[in-house]
Design a protein around this ligand. Structure first.
Ligand code: PGA
Ligand code: ZN
Length: 414
């Protein structure tokens, strides 16, 4: 009764108004699962390939009709009759069918949408919530939000080079309380920006995107917002996503494009140390570029004892790249984005590898998102303890927070 009987695919839109792929998996017993792919802007060069049509007459080349056709004409015939409960087998069939290292033939967007939709259909066929199906009977660890409230870099049309300034609640007793604290700080920041005559327009992930004279000014404004909301450094800390891969593509040094400032890896490491001495920064993501392994080793030796150093573009949710990082002592945490690798199985495998080697994991959205809240369930199922899913603004971000609020209540009720 749990055999796959139909798979449908749809060209839909993401939060930036670009096409993305939705897939629906249906089983013999009538269970249905639907999932939508997100899409990055500051994508790592080693990510699995998102297949776009390249037909400039439609959506400026960003259509996904080829990926839709790949689902309906290649993937669906190969998966019909397969048991939807066998996620590893489903994902392996699609990987073999694609045959490439980076899913460039069928498209990681085509494969991931089916992979996630299959998991949803499986959960539905067992009448289980998705987090229970994926995480088992005893999963109950809610993630802490790492909430991006000030945007720069490739996600905002302002003059800030650091991509994300996030707040992290540390004194909260529940997810709901942490979310409340963060949301209050977000609103306080809004008022402060208004009072200082700064723009309250938002970036792709819902964080404010004002022009400021420096990164430090951003940190000062955020700490002011924390205090105005009635909190202190012992309640709310700061996490940064530098996304510095954007600064050194094809170069050995780093060029911060908005300020037109050149820095070496050593300068950057020193800068992070200074910032983290002055402000309660507990986590820094992509502080260095994805090919700068040697400097990553130095950064980790210098700051790894006191700060979470997260590899996003560095590891691209890929076990091979994480293995290389473990060997060379690069970073101590990994960002988990299912669409960087393209299947649920590989996402779960990289989380296991990270946990076995003492690396923290953070479930993450993309800057181009949808209403799909799969990562909320996945964060609870895997018990990773951290989720990065934007500001409490724009429904694509809030959908994940609302799903987590619901899951927390469901778990409490038992
Ligand atoms: P992206 O940004 O989705 O544009 O890659 C998110 C991140 O860098 O963490
Ligand atoms: Zn990142």
């Amino acid at each position: 009764m749990t055999k796959i009987t139909a798979i449908n695919a749809y060209e839909m839109l993401d939060s930036r108004g670009n096409p993305t792929l939705g897939a629906e998996v249906i089983t013999e017993c009538g269970a249905k699962g639907f999932a939508l792919c997100p899409s990055g802007a500051s994508t790592g060069i080693y990510e699995a390939i998102e297949l776009r049509d390249g037909d400039e007459k439609r959506y400026f080349g960003k259509g996904v009709l080829k990926a839709v056709a790949n689902v309906e004409r290649a993937i669906a015939p190969s998966l019909l009759g397969v048991d939807v409960l066998k996620q590893r087998e489903i994902d392996k069939i699609m990987r073999d069918l694609d045959g490439s290292d980076n899913k460039s033939n069928l498209g990681a967007n085509a494969i991931l949408a089916v992979s996630l939709a299959a998991a949803r259909a499986a959960a539905e066929s067992l009448k289980m919530p998705l987090y229970r199906y994926l995480g088992g009977a005893i999963c109950d660890k809610m993630p802490r939000p790492m909430m991006n409230i000030l945007n720069g870099g490739a996600h905002a049309a302002n003059n800030i080079d650091i991509q994300e300034f996030m707040i992290v609640p540390v004194s909260c007793k529940s997810f709901a309380e942490g979310l409340k604290m963060c949301s209050e700080v977000y609103h306080s920041l809004n008022k402060i920006l208004k009072a200082e005559g700064l723009s309250c327009g938002v970036g792709d992930e819902g964080g404010f995107a004002p022009n400021l004279q420096s990164d430090e000014k951003a940190l000062e404004l955020i700490m002011k917002a924390v205090n105005t909301a009635g909190y202190s450094e012992s309640d709310i800390n700061i996490a940064l996503d530098v996304a510095s891969g954007e600064w050194n593509r094809g170069r050995s040094d780093y060029l911060l494009p908005k300020r037109n400032l050149k820095m070496s890896a050593d300068n950057l490491i020193q800068y992070y140390e200074t910032l983290s001495d002055k402000y309660p920064v507990i986590s820094i993501e992509d502080g260095l570029g994805e090919d700068d392994w040697h400097a990553w080793g130095k950064l980790t030796k210098r700051l790894g004892e006191k700060i979470q150093l997260v590899g996003d573009d560095l590891f691209v949710t890929n076990t091979k790249r994480l293995e290389a990082g473990i060997k060379s002592g690069a970073a101590n945490a990994i960002l988990i984005k299912p669409n960087q690798i393209g299947t649920l199985t590989e996402t779960l495998d990289v989380i296991s590898l990270a946990k076995e080697n003492g690396y923290n994991c953070i479930l993450s959205h993309r800057s181009g998102e949808t209403e799909d809240a799969f990562i909320a369930d996945l964060a609870v199922a895997t018990g990773v303890g951290q989720i990065k899913t934007g500001a409490p603004c724009r429904s694509d971000r809030v959908a994940k927070y609302n799903r987590l609020l619901k899951i927390e209540q469901e778990i409490k009720r038992g």
